[in-house]
Design a protein around this ligand. Structure first.
Ligand code: MG
Length: 213
C-alpha cells in the first residue's frame, strides 16, 4: 500500500524550526526583537530564494539574497525535528511492506536538507518536491509524480497524510487517495469534504492506517 506524506508541519515541525532560526538570525544581526515576528510572518507559508531579496529590504540588510537564503537553508536544516513517533512509525510501515513517499511543495535544496537533517530521507522510497516535479499540490500531477518516484501508481490506491486542508486533503482525495488530516488541535471547518481520518499527529495517522488494512 502506498502512503504519501506532506513534509512541513506533518513530518517535521517547520513552525518551531522557523522560530528558532529567526531568533538566532535576529540576534546575530543585532536587529530589534520584533524582527522575529516579521521574519516568521514573511516566511510562514513558504520560503523560496526570491523571498530573501524582499526580506533583506524589509529588515534593512545590505546582504546578498543568495547568502541569506543559504544561511536560512543551513539554519532551518539544523533546527528541523520530526514530530514524536514519526521515524518509528515510518519504519514499522516499511517493515510491513508499505511504499512510502513524500509529496511536498517547496524548493529542492531546503526540502532535501530538512529531510536529511531529520534523518527521514532513507525511510522513503521516493521524494516528490514541487520544484523538481514541476507541479504543486493540490494539482493531481504532483501526486502522480510522487507516486511514480516511489515506483507506484495512484490507480492502485493509497493514503495521503498532511496538515493542509486544500493542498493535502482536497488534492489527495481528488487524486484518488484516502486522506488523513493532521489537525494539530484545529477543527475541520473549511466546507470541504471531510478527510477519512482526523488525527492529532502523523504518528497517530500511521497507527490508524496500519489498522485499516
Ligand atoms: Mg504542511
Amino acid at each position: 500500500m502506498l502512503a504519501l506524506f506532506d513534509l512541513d508541519n506533518t513530518l517535521i515541525d517547520r513552525r518551531a524550526a522557523l522560530e528558532t532560526w529567526a531568533r538566532v538570525f535576529v540576534r546575530s544581526r543585532g536587529l530589534p526583537q520584533d524582527a522575529v515576528s516579521t521574519i516568521c510572518g514573511q516566511l510562514r507559508a513558504r520560503a523560496y530564494p526570491e523571498d530573501f531579496a524582499r526580506l533583506g529590504r524589509v529588515l534593512g540588510l545590505g546582504e546578498a539574497p543568495g547568502d541569506l537564503w543559504q544561511e536560512y537553508v543551513d539554519g532551518i536544516a539544523q533546527s528541523s525535528r520530526c514530530f514524536p513517533g514519526v521515524p518509528e512509525g515510518l519504519e514499522a510501515l516499511r517493515a510491513e511492506g508499505w511504499t512510502l513517499g513524500v509529496a511536498t511543495n517547496g524548493a529542492r535544496d531546503i526540502q532535501r536538507a530538512k529531510l536529511h537533517a531529520a534523518g527521514l530521507a532513507p525511510l522513503f522510497h521516493g521524494i516528490g518536491i514541487s520544484e523538481e516535479t514541476g507541479s504543486r499540490k493540490p494539482a493531481g500531477g504532483h501526486f502522480e509524480a510522487a507516486a511514480e518516484l516511489c515506483g507506484a501508481k495512484l490507480s492502485a490506491g493509497g493514503w495521503m497524510v498532511g496538515d493542509g486542508p486544500e493542498t493535502d486533503m482536497e488534492g489527495g482525495r481528488a487524486a484518488g487517495l484516502r486522506t488523513a488530516w493532521v489537525a494539530h488541535g484545529r477543527r475541520w471547518n473549511d466546507g470541504l469534504p471531510a478527510p477519512d481520518l482526523v488525527v492529532q499527529g502523523a504518528a497517530e495517522a500511521i497507527k490508524r492506517m496500519r489498522r485499516s488494512v
